[in-house]
Each structure stands twice: as C-alpha cells, then as structure tokens.
Design a protein around this ligand. Structure first.
Ligand code: ATP
Ligand code: MG
Length: 580
C-alpha cells in the first residue's frame, strides 16, 4: 500500500459518497474567497472617494458594502466548516464500522496473531488522523487557496511591481512546508507505533496483575512503564517541535518582506507612480493573504499524516479470509453424525515449520463419545478446532456423514456443533445474555432450563441480581468451574448434534466435578461427542479412546485394550488413578 493507492481508496469507498456536500462546501469556499478579496479591494474607493474626494453618498454605501462582504464571508465559512465536519465524522464512522466488521469476520487465526493494543490504536488514533485531514485539509486547500488567488488578483490590480516582490515569499514558504511535511509523516508514524506499544503494555498489565505481585516485579514494571511513556512523550514532543519549526522562518521572512515593501513602495509613492489609496488597498490584500499562506504552508502536514494513517488502516479493512464461508454451497445434512479425518496435516501460520498435526486419519462414531488423551501440547485442542473449521487443515479432508466439510455451507456446519472450551471466556454482559448468546431467538424459559440442566442454578441464585447480574470485565468474576457450567448451559441451549468438549485441566473439587459430570452426561447423550479428557470418569465412559502424541494418533481402543498395549496410555492412566 502506498499513499496514492490509500488516497484513491479513501476517495472511492468513503468520501465520494459525500461528493454533493463537498461540492457545496467548495461553492461556499468561493464565496469566502470573493468576499475576502472584496474587502481588500473596497479600501481603494473608500480612501479615494471618501477621504480624498469627500463624497457624501459613498460615505454610506462603502461601509455597508464592507459589512455585507464580512457577513457573507463569516456565514459561508461557518457552513463550509460545518459541512466538512459532518462529512469527516461520517467517514470516521464508516471507517470504524468497516474495521470492526473486518475484525469480526476475520479468521480466528488472523486475530490470534494480531495484538489487540495495536488494533485499538488503529481504530482510534489512525481514524482520527484521517478525520482531521478531511475536516481541515480540504477546506484549507480550497478556501485558502481561492482566497489567496483572489487577494493576489487585488494586489496585481493595484500595483504589479509591488506584487511581484511580495510573491517571492510564496515559493520559499512552500519549499519549507514540503520539507517539514516529509519529516512530519515519519515522526507521526513513529508516534503512532509508540502509542500502540503503550496500549499493548496496558493490556498486558491488567492481564498479568497478579503475576506482577507474586513475583514482586513492581519496580521492574514501574521502570518499564516509564520507558513506554517516555518513548511516546519524545515522539509527541518531536511532532510538536516539527510542527512549529516553520514559525520563526515564516516570521523572519515576513519581516524582511515588509521592510523591502516599505522601502520600495516609499520610492514609488515619492516618485508619483503609486496613489496612496491603491497602496492601502494593496497593503490590506497582502496582510489578509498572510493567514491563507500560513495555513496552506502547513496543510501538507495534515495530508501526510492522514494518508499515512490510511495506509495503516486500509489493509485492516481488506483482511482476506482463508476459510471460505461457502455461502452458496449446499447445507450439511446430518444423519448418523459420523466424523472422519482423512490424512490431516496442520501447522499454525505463525509457526509454519512446526507440524502440529501429522497425517491424522481417525473416525469419531456418530452418537457416541470418543475421548482424546495425550500430553500437553500434543495437538488435541488443535484437532478439535478443525471440526467447526476454526482453523483449516493444510492438507487432507474432514467428512461429516460423508460430506466434505470444506465444501459445504459453513454456517450450516457450525449450527450443528457446540464447543465447551478449555478456558471459557464470557462477554461483559449479564448472566442471562451470556447464555442466550448461543441461541438469540430462544425464549426466556429455555434459557432458565438450560441453566438448570447445566447445574448453574445454585450459583446464579446466589448472585446479587440472579440472571441479571453483570459478569466479566465490568462485573462479578466467576470461578473456573462456574464459567465452565455457563459454557455447558450454552451448549444445552444450542441443542446441536455434535458436542466438542475440551475439559479443563485444573482439577475441581469432587462435588463440583460430580455436578459437571452429571450435566455433561445428560448433554452428550446420543450425540456425537469428541472429548479431550483429563478426568478418569470421562475416559471410562467413552466408546473409544485415541492417544495423541506429537501430532499423531499412536494408539486407539477401549480402556481395557489400551491399558495392555499402550505404555503412554498406561502412564496417563496410572497418574489419573493416583490423583483420584
Ligand atoms: N494459536 C496458535 N498459534 C501457534 N501455535 C499454537 C497455537 N495454539 C497452539 N499452538 C501450538 O500447537 C501445539 C499443539 O497445541 P494444542 O493446543 O493443540 O495442544 P493440546 O494437546 O490441546 O495441549 P493441552 O493439553 O495443554 O491443552 C503446541 O505446541 C502449541 O504450542
Ligand atoms: Mg488444549
């Protein structure tokens, strides 16, 4: 992505929708330019006719004309700015919506490889830069550009020799502006990165707060946080410094120019070549031109910053998914619920070298519970996530009742599947809404029923506001076992034909474990269930057990067979027995 592509995209997808408003703002800019020039020009007849010739009629007309010119300028300026503010806020909204949509739609693997802190700064800081560019830069170019042209016209009309001297300033100022703009765009990108670093750090700080205390690393974190803030401060200070760097140069140039003008115009007036009324009109035009020249000299800074931000944002909006939704394909039809893995290979994109699943072929029989056991990191959770196509295999195929899941409508597939995850995470919302998330059109009674089946009622009834209690980031924190039961309640509500269970490794007290076990037994009855088992009771209940080791299935069978033939399984079993 480069700046010109970013600019074209911004125009095509966003600003072009407001072309009428922008056109109207441009017309108003013309009014501003004309009225500003008119005020300068009016000084010429005012001085000549009123002060020198003492005209009785023009003493009223010219002041009234000046009031009209200034009013026209003020009102047009107000509406032009209002229009552009609305356009830029509208574009900001569209950009933010598109970014959020893109995050929601993206493959889970893409999101897992992004840092949330960086995305937060994309959606805030970067979008603001674009808004600023639209709100300020466009108007500056047109309003101040046209005003400058109008005023130059007045200046040349009054005296072209003086005007030539005055406009030597302009190319000088624009060269300075160009140099500053380049520098600015670089510093601003760096500042954006630093502010992303700070966001990232803050997220880590909140997440790992307990860890900081336990390992007594407060001092280390203090130093580290200071470093992050310092880096940001330095970049921001640099931006501000670059921004004002043009000030002394411009002031000195202005001083030199005024001096030269006084000298030269003095000569012209003394020599009778320039009337005093023309000189004042010229002077007024020149002084009015000062502000547009100044803003125009800085406009490329805002443009550079805005386009640099667009270069960062547009790739986020354009994120391409690898996993095809197959929206137009046929829906899956589930009869027995047999799941078949055929020569599945998988590696995560962030670590392509490491083969996580290695040529796995396995069948999960419909209506039965199959268990996966194996060491931590052997690839069990990864394998489970391939079934709802959270990740896509690098090669091989998975069939559900003889239909290749990579070809059928993905929504229809996911409808058939519930996952109870290893680490349940909840939304920052009420208990009720967290459960109904699984089936938004469920009746309230269904939700209560699901909660009851998942053995949630005892703890929900103990909460302040029962089902209406806020949980998560902003509310009550639940225990691991409680969260897991909420997750089971979701599965009960969804009533899907396939259940994927990733049992939590942490051991629960026997009373809670029994509750969860009961709930799960009921949930998985007659359903195709794949469970990553850490608990003996689950394993003993299973129809078949597969032992996963380093991305391969090394042994399969019933408990009794495996005890005899698989040393890895025996090892695992012995440890579980000891624990119980
Ligand atoms: N999102 C990811 N990106 C990159 N690598 C990953 C990702 N998730 C897991 N891995 C790696 O893939 C391998 C298998 O991980 P997986 O989560 O499937 O193991 P597991 O068998 O479920 O382990 P556990 O019993 O501890 O849950 C591990 O080596 C892990 O480091
Ligand atoms: Mg796991």
């Amino acid at each position: 992505m480069n700046k010109s592509i970013a600019f074209k995209r911004l125009y095509k997808d966003y600003t072009s929708k407001f072309i009428k408003n922008i056109f109207f703002a441009t017309i108003l800019s013309v009014v501003v330019a004309l009225s500003t020039s008119a005020t300068a020009w009016l000084l010429d007849p005012a001085i000549e006719k009123i002060f020198l010739k003492k005209s009785q009629t023009l003493i009223f007309i010219i002041p009234i004309a000046i009031i009209i010119a200034f009013s026209a300028k003020g009102i047009s300026l107000y509406f032009a700015k209002l229009i552009m503010i609305n356009v830029s806020e509208e574009v900001k909204k569209m950009l933010q919506i598109d970014m959020l949509k893109s995050f929601i739609k993206a493959d889970t693997e893409i999101i897992e490889n992004k840092h949330s802190g960086k995305s937060i700064s994309n959606i805030n800081f970067d979008v603001d830069q674009i808004t600023k560019m639209l709100a300020e830069a466009y108007l500056t170019i047109f309003k101040d550009g046209l005003t400058l042209i109008g005023l130059l016209g007045v200046m040349f009309f009054q005296n072209w020799k003086l005007s030539l001297i005055a406009i030597i300033m302009i190319p000088l100022a624009s060269i300075i502006a160009k140099i500053l703009g380049k520098r600015m765009s670089k510093v601003s990108t760096e500042a954006q990165e630093r502010s992303g670093d700070l966001n990232r750090y803050l997220i880590d700080l909140f997440k790992n707060h307990k860890i900081i205390k336990i390992f007594q690393r407060e001092k280390f974190e203090n130093n580290r946080s200071e470093k992050f803030v310092n880096n940001l401060k330095e970049k921001n200070a640099k931006i501000a410094a670059v921004y004002i760097r043009s000030t002394p140069v411009m002031e000195i140039l202005t001083g030199v120019m005024i001096a030269v003008l006084i000298f030269y115009s003095g000569k012209l007036i003394i020599g009778g070549e320039l009337a005093i009324n023309k000189f004042f009109s010229f002077l007024a035009a020149m002084m009015l031109a000062y502000q547009p020249v100044k803003t125009l000299a800085k406009v490329n800074i805002a443009i550079n910053q805005g386009l640099a931000a667009a270069e960062r944002i547009i790739p986020v909006i354009d994120l391409k998914n690898e996993i095809n939704m197959n929206d137009k394909s046929e829906n899956i039809s589930v009869s027995k619920g047999n799941i078949m893995f055929k020569n599945i290979n998988f590696a995560y994109q962030s670590n392509k070298e490491k083969q996580v699943l290695n040529n796995i072929s396995v069948e999960f029989k419909g209506g039965e519970m199959t268990a996966l056991v194996g060491l931590s990191g052997s690839g069990k959770s990864t394998l489970l996530n391939l079934i709802p196509r959270i990740y896509a295999p690098r090669s091989g195929s998975i069939e559900l009742d003889n239909q290749d899941i990579s070809r059928i409508n993905l929504n229809s597939l996911r409808k058939e599947i519930s996952i109870v995850d290893q680490n349940t995470t909840l939304f920052d919302d009420t208990v009720f809404n967290n459960i109904i998330y699984a089936k938004p059109d469920a009746a309230a009674d269904e939700v209560y029923e699901a909660a009851e089946s998942a053995m949630c009622n005892d703890f929900i009834n103990n909460l302040d506001k029962g089902f209406d209690t806020l949980i998560g980031e902003n509310g009550v924190k639940l225990s691991g076992g409680e969260k897991q039961r909420l997750s089971i309640a979701r599965a009960f509500l969804k009533k899907s034909s396939i259940i994927l269970l990733d049992e939590a490794t942490s051991s629960l007290d026997s009373e809670t474990e029994e509750k969860i076990q009961k709930a799960l037994d009921q949930l998985t009855q007659n359903k195709t269930t794949v469970v990553i088992a850490h608990r003996l009771s689950t394993i003993l209940n299973s129809y078949k057990i597969h032992v996963v080791d380093k991305g391969k299935i090394i042994d399969s069978g019933k408990h009794e067979e495996l005890i005899l033939k698989s040393s890895v399984y025996k090892n695992f079993y012995d440890r579980q027995v000891k624990k119980n």
